[in-house]
Design a protein around this ligand. Structure first.
Ligand code: KG4
Ligand code: ZN
Length: 336
């Protein structure tokens, strides 16, 4: 069985994982708390913390997996997209390890990793994976895309955001309400006690299967400013309803284009992936629409929704099978 060490450091999580075939043996994630007080990721700080974390995290992942370094078949690392200073830490570490051991390197596109996380199998929970081809709504802090996954390594992007990502919409609106970073999970939990129909926000439209979220943030901000002028405690008094209504708006925007994409392509296996796929409201709506339209729906386990190296290792596994190795002079790419 092929054993892969995955390394992920594209943003603010340092992670290492070991897979054997499709089975996940370990997945260690060190999240960086340092950014919370700034209300967003500070690239320079992220890079320094990756530098502190990378060796202990890889050590722990290897130890937990019970796999010896010498038994690894390949080292898969995130080449991009992401923050350059963050990527450099993982890429340099992977290259150093490969050069010193002679183990081959495999470069992985972080976004492809999010999508292929659907094929990870846990020792305790065998995955029910989507059948090819499937549709995947990839929703993260940096990306919002509708992808036709034709094969493990053959993706076609049929729609994407023309401005902000869905995760950015959550995070920016949370900031406006004075909520901590990252705002997505906070809004998700506050929304549970709120009325999703309490407030109505404009839904920006984008052509074809694309998305637009920047107008939502602006209209949300103007709405709050107007209400606060009349009642300075407006946010505090309506927090749950604001979160529920905002979440409802983002979910409606996401789902309407996904439904259109399913109709156009005729594909009935429909998945979500990326940080925002952890959103409980989005998962519930996907299941409901799935029942209505006869889809098989796939929602990743929570631990595979946000950034992790397990998804990098499984992507490495598929690339290993096609001997897609990377050269020692490969450089990180902030955009891919
Ligand atoms: O995939 P990810 O960890 O990093 C990127 O590659 O961007 O996604 C992070 C994004 C953040 O915007 C965060 O607010 C959002 O995912 N997120 C959520 C939830 N959990 C994380 N958004 C909504 N509801 C959640 N439960
Ligand atoms: Zn990500």
């Amino acid at each position: 069985m092929i054993k892969i060490l995955g390394i992920e450091s594209s943003c603010d999580d340092t992670s290492a994982a070991v897979t054997c075939g499709r089975t996940l043996l370990s997945n260690v994630i060190a999240s960086q708390k340092v950014h919370e007080k700034y209300g967003g990721v500070i690239p320079e700080l992220a890079s320094r913390v990756h530098q502190q974390n990378i060796i202990p995290v890889v050590d722990a992942a290897l130890r937990e997996s019970g796999v010896e370094k010498s038994d690894l078949d390949a080292i898969a690392y995130t080449r991009g997209p992401g923050l350059m200073g963050s990527l450099l830490v993982g890429v340099s570490f992977a290259k150093g390890l490969a050069a010193s051991t002679g183990i081959p390197l495999i470069e992985v596109n972080h976004l492809q990793g999010h999508v292929l996380s659907h094929f990870l199998e846990d020792v305790n929970t065998p995955a029910s994976s989507p059948a090819l081809p499937f549709l995947c709504l990839l929703v993260s802090g940096g990306h919002t895309q509708i992808i036709v996954v034709k094969d493990y390594l053959d993706f076609e992007i049929i729609g994407e955001t023309i401005d902000d990502a869905a995760g950015e919409a959550f995070d920016k609106c949370a900031k406006v309400m004075g909520l901590p970073y990252p705002g997505g999970p906070v809004i998700d939990s506050l929304a549970k006690a709120g009325n999703p129909r309490a407030f109505v926000f404009a839904k920006p439209r984008a052509p074809e299967l694309n998305y637009s979220f920047s107008g939502l943030k602006t209209s949300f901000l103007y709405f709050l400013q107007k209400q606060i002028a009349d009642n300075p405690s407006f946010i505090a008094e309506n927090k749950a309803d604001l979160c529920a209504s905002l979440q409802e708006t983002i979910i409606s925007i996401l789902m309407s284009q996904l439904i259109k994409a399913a109709k156009i392509t005729g594909i009935t296996d429909v998945a979500i992936a990326g940080g925002v796929s952890a959103n409980s409201g989005l998962g519930e709506r996907l299941r409901n629409e799935g029942r209505k339209y006869g889809w098989n729906v796939f929602i990743p386990q929570r631990k595979f929704t946000t950034d992790n190296a397990a998804m990098i290792a499984i992507t490495g596994y598929f690339k290993y099978q096609q001997s897609l190795f990377s050269a020692l002079d490969a450089v990180p790419l902030a955009r891919m």
